[in-house]
Design a protein around this ligand. Sequence first.
Ligand code: SAM
Length: 261
Amino acid sequence: MIDRNQETYQTPSLVRHYTQLNKLQPAEQTILELLRDQLPTMRMLDIGIGGGRTTQHFSPLAGEYTGIDYSPQMIAACQQRFARSPQTMALEVMDARNMHQFADNSFDFILFSFNGIDYVSGSDRLKILSEVARVGKTGCYFYFSSHNLQGIAAEFNWRTKLSLNLLKTYVNLVMLGLLNIFNLETTRKQLETADYLIIKDESHNFRLQTYYIRPQAQIQQLEPSFEEIKIYSWQTGLEITNLQELSTNFDMWFYYLCIVK
Ligand SMILES: C[S@@+](CC[C@H](N)C(=O)[O-])C[C@H]1O[C@@H](n2cnc3c(N)ncnc32)[C@H](O)[C@@H]1O
């Protein structure tokens, strides 16, 4: 079922949507500044580039830039978008679950932006992490974002939908109704206790199945192959250092920075 996501990312409306995006999110600006001086000597792999939003910012700075996406239509749109770009870049159709075209220890920096890792099943997500650890050199930076289960759990609570503006309350309650209809199998208990869940959320009209994980569970998932794990607010770009604060944080997603062991 979740494999339908790959088809959805091939539809013209989604390709158009991602091709129109330009700006970096604050947390992406943070990693760009952190690595700015090192990027010219780095081999960078940008996974799930969509319409090339991050390509536009990182390819001029990286020593070598490779962008991949499992949607041929997204890659075709990028090839068109960057056809006149002065930078040399490799843009290829490839699935992050199987990157056998790349040798072990190939990259210094791997980016999987805007929650792209959330569109495969739980077991396939582990394959992606293992592939990233294989194609990344020891010491390679891996930066990615993922949806926060605490954030979507709050969206299921009708109390968060009330506002003094009656029209807003009405629209919020309709969206809450749709969220419940599209996720009939998701129980309140799962929302409160599961480490991760697959949810159909409102982005792209409930067409995508999206993996949501608690930040503590994400840290545990990374620990076997990655170290020095740090978490950043996507909205402010600042590191979240207080772990207690993390368990009551309802942001819809976080950025994770870690290093291949
Ligand atoms: C939410 S979009 C983000 C696109 C782009 N990174 C941006 O920030 O605008 C996620 C992208 O990841 C790609 N994607 C998802 N799973 C993938 C996988 N297993 N391998 C390669 N690309 C994948 C999708 O095709 C889609 O283009």
